[in-house]
Design a protein around this ligand. Structure first.
Ligand code: GLP
Length: 241
């Protein structure tokens, strides 16, 4: 694991962007593994700016996202599909047919997990962007999720529902379940960039880097991958020895 501690959120975003830019420049048909949440918004804004100012093209790029809330459709403002369109896909020249997320409204959830797992076999990310939950989750792989897990339906923990409720009008509106890639899917990516910002992530960041490799902190499994870059701001990195 390579660990980069940056001055603030903006520098964290710029550092992550420099890795992404290198990949899409070298490989215009790269597969990007993408994440949602507040953390990567700055990175996506830099990708959009670079597209607008420098003409970096996403025409050949494909993407797979980590997760989606069960029950939310792509036109629901709280869905991750909506988030990705809003922050990135609508603002660059990517072909939307090449962007993939689990379908939140799939009627047969087991079949949807199978479909996504099959898709991930053909679309292996050249780089996977990750945030981290304050309880150490990656994607929606909550504590207790094992290393060999693949795309599955997750019952979200109270901690995650509370953390994510800030983006909903009422906590009751936060879906109780989500589709998520498993740890095994995430570890299949060629490169992984984990981003974290703010003091409320400091304990999870320390557990990921210095704690035991265990399902108690799903992010700790990333230490078993050979190309992981952790980019955190000072506040999120303050407990790292
Ligand atoms: C959600 C997402 C994760 C994300 C995490 C942190 O639970 N499923 O992929 O990393 O939140 O979000 P934020 O970046 O908003 O702190």
């Amino acid at each position: 694991m390579k660990i980069l501690i940056t001055e603030n959120y903006d520098k964290m975003s710029e550092t992550a962007f420099s890795f992404v830019k290198e990949i899409i420049t070298e490989k215009p048909d790269a597969v990007l593994g993408l994440a949602t949440g507040s953390t990567p918004i700055g990175l996506y804004a830099l990708m959009v700016r670079d597209h607008e100012q420098n003409g970096t093209s996403y025409k050949g790029i494909k993407s797979v996202n980590l997760d989606e809330y069960v029950g939310l459709s792509a036109d629901n403002e709280q869905s991750y599909a909506y988030f990705m369109n809003y922050h990135l896909f609508d603002k660059v020249d990517i072909d939307k047919n090449n962007t993939h997320l689990p379908c939140g409204t799939a009627e047969d959830k087991k079949a949807e997990c199978r479909r996504y797992n099959e898709l991930l076999k053909t679309l292996v990310p050249d780089v996977q962007i990750l945030g981290i939950g304050s309880n150490g989750h990656i994607g929606f792989n909550e504590p207790g999720t094992e290393k060999d897990s693949v795309t599955h339906v997750v019952n979200l923990t109270e901690n995650t529902i509370k953390d994510n409720s800030r983006l909903f009008d009422r906590i009751e509106d936060v879906p109780r379940q989500a589709f998520s890639m498993g740890i095994k899917n995430i570890l299949a990516s060629k490169k992984i960039i984990v981003m974290a910002s703010g003091e409320n992530k400091a304990k999870a960041v320390r557990a990921m880097i210095e704690g035991p490799v265990s399902s108690a902190c799903p992010a700790s499994f990333l230490r078993e991958h050979n190309d992981v870059v952790v980019v955190v701001d000072k506040a999120a990195g303050k407990l790292i020895k």
